[in-house]
Design a binder for this molecule. Sequence first.
Ligand code: AMP
Ligand code: ZN
Length: 481
Amino acid sequence: MSDDLILRLHNSRTRRREVFEPLDPRNVRMYVCGPTVYDRAHLGNARPVLVFDVLFRLLRHVYGADHVTYVRNFTDVDDKINARAAETGRDIRAITDETIGWYHADMDALGALRPTHEPRATEWIGAMKDMISDLIKSGHAYEAEGHVLFAVESYAEYGALSGRSIDDMIAGARVEVAPYKRNPMDFVLWKPSDEGTPGWDSLWGRGRPGWHIECSAMAYELLGESFDIHGGGNDLMFPHHENEIAQSACAHPHGAFANVWMHNEMLQVEGKKMSKSLGNFFTVRDLLDQGVSGEVIRLVMLGTHYGKPMDWTERKRAEAEATLAKWYQVLQVHGFGPDLVRALKAGGDWQADPEFIGVLANDLNTPGAIARLHVLAKGRTPQQLAGFAHALDLLGLVPDWADLVRLAGATEAPAHAPWVDEVVAGLLAKRQTARAARDFATADQVRDVLTAAGVVVTDVGGAASWAPGPDFDAFKLEALK
Ligand code: AMP
Ligand code: ZN
């Protein structure tokens, strides 16, 4: 990893911004709670995906792409899925398979890398049952009327993450009161399934797991009893994350579960909570179908720090569209594409901008990183723009270098009169002669004339090519005709 880079992350567990030190820099491990798969992802669901995608990309940059393991689950057993199956008469597996396919297509369109592992809950039922048995044996869980419940009073630190006491929770929460619960806050690890509901045989009868145990069991199986980062939306902090901690800490008392807890704030639309009743509810697919590109959605999302509520607005969408068009044009006129990127890598010019990385490493300051992009975009040569291109790529804003022409909205090079070709070729030849004669004053003078006219010159491998830049003004060359 780069020696001088310090990564800082706000840890919800300690409520402090801390220097991030992985348990094992050769295998940095992150778990993020994934979707319940019964419907298209709405725009709010995309926020944690993009926030933790940027963190994943940053960790890969710092520790190496092969040294980061990212797990995000699919909850494919849930009462909402059962309800959808009952409503539609469709098979549960058909619903969850289809929804996972949509999720992949939509998140791919936003430029989110696929996590290293995407476990489906239904494929890890055995691991969940093992964990539940352990919790019963150690006195942290009990069986009652076909259910298995976690006894919150058996874990002294219950509530520490969200900073609540059990009594506060009982007073404030809508808890499901059930006669078989010892404490109203006790939560379900296993519940009975009737014939029409998906179920698995177990020591406690045919049934299915509660939601919280899924994440504890899959995180343990794929990342071990201690790992580095656990993420999700802050709506999950209580009770979901609190319950994950209780289960994992009691089942694996020697493990730390997650060292750093990160929570993204919620997304709103035009200042209001997104909701079907307000008519401002839409899915990622709705936006894509309206022609809003994945990169635009991504740039708008990253414009707000993950720890602050973010507002999706039509104005931000339009601004992001204009910004990206300008940025892609800058790269396009300087000849960026797969070949140039390869040449810059070969020449050792494909380097991260330290200031950009430094800003991003400060608790994922994406708005600060975007501000830096605006500065870097002012580079005038491919070499000067390499840091910009690298940063844009790291943020996931360049889906494919071969696609830059389309992204820049340029179908062909802007038209210009034939005499312009002659004048510019003449100037470049003059510059070449002056350089060869070490007459740098003349060479600089020629460069200034070209710059003033908005001509972008690309010097790669000893050869110069040129293109009219965004500020191109043929009038300024007319005197040289
Ligand atoms: P769900 O499928 O409802 O469990 O949600 C999946 C993920 O989306 C969770 O990490 C939630 O915290 C997150 N999420 C849901 N609604 C929003 C929202 N409006 N803004 C940001 N994140 C959200
Ligand atoms: Zn979870």
